[in-house]
Write a protein that binds this ligand. Structure first.
Ligand code: GBE
Length: 493
């Protein structure tokens, strides 16, 4: 008996230590709960009705196929044909908004505004109409990584011509869809596009140009973002009355100790990760620490100018203030320690930062190598964002992956419960959070991991021609949170 009791006591203690207490405070009525997807990950119909090829079509069709399970998203969830089922799922969840993205090459098959593909336009008009008639607010991303392949062949994001090409595309979208859209995002996760796409060379278009390509790409992307925002501001805002911003992704970076060195290293890391994109838009120009470090290392490498391009004063002014809110994607955290200055050698973004980073073995992990369960990190990050940019924040992605995609997804429920609770605590701390978006509505094509890592609230049967969608247990959980605005049985009124 005594033995049994102590086992129970110990296991309860372990649970208590593993999770924070869940907030019993209600979310405000106007707080927006929703889910997200992205065009290439769910639509399929890769060459239907006049759609042009994009860099992910091109990459997944190349030989050998570089995707972990050899898959493509030619069909994926088949949302191009099943958008009504998708909206029915959103309706069942009771969401306030749905975040999806427009496929540039579906609307402009040549990448340029000289030819608009009517069938593509109709698809998005139908989707928006279906959402609106079910009282679901669309939150639209213009660019979720799927650049038209023809534009890549002209140099893609590291070439300046892309600024006008994107601005033209954005204008077409505002014109065609803007009447029914209150929330726009120009870019999803510029760090992934620029660093992973044009510097590390690990995602499409897989260009390896360490310490150079990422900075060049970002320099164009930020000017393209600003141009799209100004077009909206000058030509559409008065009639359409929407908000335009960008979604930036970052983990939380926790200093490994109280030492000044570790604190400074963690701040430097987040400035290189988040400030790289946010500082020009919210505070003006790249973060000081980036300018100084990249310039110094470039000089030591024998270059006569910094690998980090410089904005003109005019550009700084043009980019500053091009936001109506801030989009945030957050999943996990890292510990950061100071490190010795990396030796001068071949240029590298990571050496430009020059810190050391790790994830604790004690942290629970999902199917994705980089994703660990650190719900406290989102609260600290939200507070850091408030302190640094002081702006309303829309959480546009947060979620958990597993390999099997099983219906009984307790670990996903636990992830959501703890993260959302920490979001509620951050609101209590005084952070202005507009909404929370779960990634993802359904299992889908997880980029280089193909269909091996599943983030969905709904399971999708990729072996059935119908792509049958089935709710996982997390659907009932999230539905209840949205309905009651509360994470526990009874919330404080
Ligand atoms: C987002 O990215 C995307 O917006 C969304 O499209 C995606 O499906 C979702 O998250 C889930 O991943 O060397 O193995 O650590 C890590 C999330 C690459 C942020 C991938 C970088 C996820 C951060 C490479 N990750 N990403 S490594």
């Amino acid at each position: 008996m005594i033995y049994k009791a102590s086992v129970i006591f110990l296991s309860t203690l372990a649970i208590t230590l593993a999770q924070d207490e869940i907030s019993n405070k209600k979310f405000p009525e106007n707080f927006m709960f929703g889910t997200a997807t992205a065009a290439y990950q769910v639509e399929g119909g890769w060459n239907e009705d006049g759609k042009g090829e994009n860099i992910w079509d091109y990459l997944t069709h190349s030989n050998p196929n570089p995707i972990a399970d050899g898959s493509t998203a030619d069909i994926s969830c088949d949302s191009y044909h099943k958008y009504k089922e998708d909206v029915a799922m959103l309706k069942e969840l009771g969401v306030d908004h749905y975040r999806f993205s427009i496929s540039w090459s579906r609307v402009l098959p040549n990448g340029t505004a000289d030819k608009i593909n009517l069938a593509g336009v109709t698809y998005y008009k139908n989707l928006i109409k279906e959402l609106k008639s079910n009282n679901i607010e669309p939150l639209i991303t213009l660019y979720h990584w799927d650049l038209p392949q023809v534009l890549q062949e002209q140099g893609g994001w590291t070439d300046e011509f892309i600024i006008d090409a994107f601005a033209d595309y954005a204008k077409v979208c505002f014109e065609l869809f803007g009447e029914d859209v209150k929330y726009w995002l120009t870019f999803n996760e510029p760090k992934q596009t620029c660093l992973y796409g044009y510097d590390y060379g690990s995602i499409a278009p897989k260009i390896y140009s360490p310490g150079v390509g990422g900075y060049k790409c970002t320099h164009n992307l930020l000017r393209a973002h600003a141009k799209a925002w100004h077009i909206y501001d000058q030509e559409f805002r008065a009639q359409q009355n929407g908000k335009v911003s960008i979604t930036i992704d970052t983990p939380w970076f926790e200093p490994d100790s109280d030492s000044e060195g570790d604190q400074e290293a963690a701040e430097r890391q987040i400035q290189f990760t988040f400030g790289w994109f946010a500082n020009p838009i919210f505070n003006g120009d790249y973060p000081e620490v980036m300018k100084t470090r990249v310039a110094a290392r470039s000089a030591a490498e024998g270059l006569n100018q910094s690998r980090l391009p410089e904005f003109t004063d005019e550009e700084i002014t043009y980019i500053l203030g091009t936001h109506d809110y801030l989009g945030l994607n957050m999943y996990s955290s890292y510990m950061v320690k100071e490190a010795a200055e990396p030796e001068i050698g071949d240029p590298s973004y990571d050496n430009d930062i020059g810190i050391s980073i790790y994830q604790s073995d004690d942290w629970e992990t999902g199917a994705s190598s980089w994703l660990n369960v650190t719900p406290w990190g989102i609260r600290r990050l939200l507070n850091w964002l408030k302190k640094t940019y002081n702006t309303p924040i829309f959480i546009t992605e947060n979620g958990f992956s597993d390999i099997d995609g099983k219906l009984n997804d307790d670990r996903r429920i636990n992830y959501y419960k703890n993260y959302i609770s920490n979001v509620r605590n951050a609101i209590e701390d005084g952070v202005d959070v507009l909404g929370y978006t779960a990634w993802s509505l359904m299992d889908n094509f997880e980029w280089m991991q193909g269909f091996k890592e599943k983030f969905g609230l709904y399971q999708v049967d990729f072996d059935s021609p119908n792509r049958t969608r089935t709710p996982k247990d997390s659907v009932a959980f999230f539905k209840k949170v949205i309905e009651t605005r509360c994470l526990v049985d009874v919330c404080e009124e």
